[in-house]
Design a protein around this ligand. Structure first.
Ligand code: COA
Length: 141
């Protein structure tokens, strides 16, 4: 992902996350970090999905994965996650963690299929909805 993709990312954020969508400023900030790695999935000029990773010396975090509704269920989310896991391994991360909304079984299934296990709960993590977040970790990259 580069800065010029942000205008196409924002409507997808709106479509998928509503009031909890990220702002342009948040994406600009993410793209400025050397410890961040973001990618987009394109069909020609059309942006179908995107995903981001944050890699610290002792751990890595999946920042987000999103596939626009019209392209869901076609394997794109799995491919984006595989790319993040490969990059985390490439950067030497010993494990990868993420937060996922407790009421999001599709995403949870995606992560479990790739070896993530639930290790904790953050109560009321997502705002303004107050939805709990499950913390999931994959130990072996
Ligand atoms: C979660 C998300 C990224 C998955 O992307 P995707 O491209 O639809 O996923 P895939 O096509 O790779 O499918 C992954 C698995 O989920 C299953 N799946 C996909 N959509 C599904 C649906 N609507 N209902 C049930 N299962 C579904 C697939 O069958 C597949 O399972 P399998 O590996 O056992 O065959 C996508 O649904 C999305 O963007 N959701 C909204 C944003 C979101 O929740 N992001 C995650 C935040 S933590």
């Amino acid at each position: 992902m580069r800065w010029w993709h942000i205008d196409d990312v924002l409507p997808v954020e709106d479509e998928l996350f509503g009031a909890e969508r990220w702002t342009a400023g948040m994406f600009w900030s993410e793209l400025a970090g050397a410890d961040r790695w973001y990618l987009v999935a394109l069909d020609g000029d059309e942006l179908l999905g995107y995903a981001g990773l944050c890699v610290y010396p002792d751990s890595a975090w999946v920042q987000n994965i999103a596939v626009r509704r019209s392209a869901q269920g076609t394997g794109l989310g799995s491919r984006l996650l595989d790319a993040l896991l490969a990059e985390a391994a490439h950067r030497g991360a010993p494990q990868v963690a993420l937060e996922v909304a407790a009421d999001n079984p599709v995403a949870r299934h995606l992560y479990e299929r790739r070896g993530f296990a639930v290790t904790g709960v953050r109560r009321g993590y997502y705002q303004p909805s107050g939805t709990d977040a499950l913390v999931m970790i994959k130990e072996d990259l």
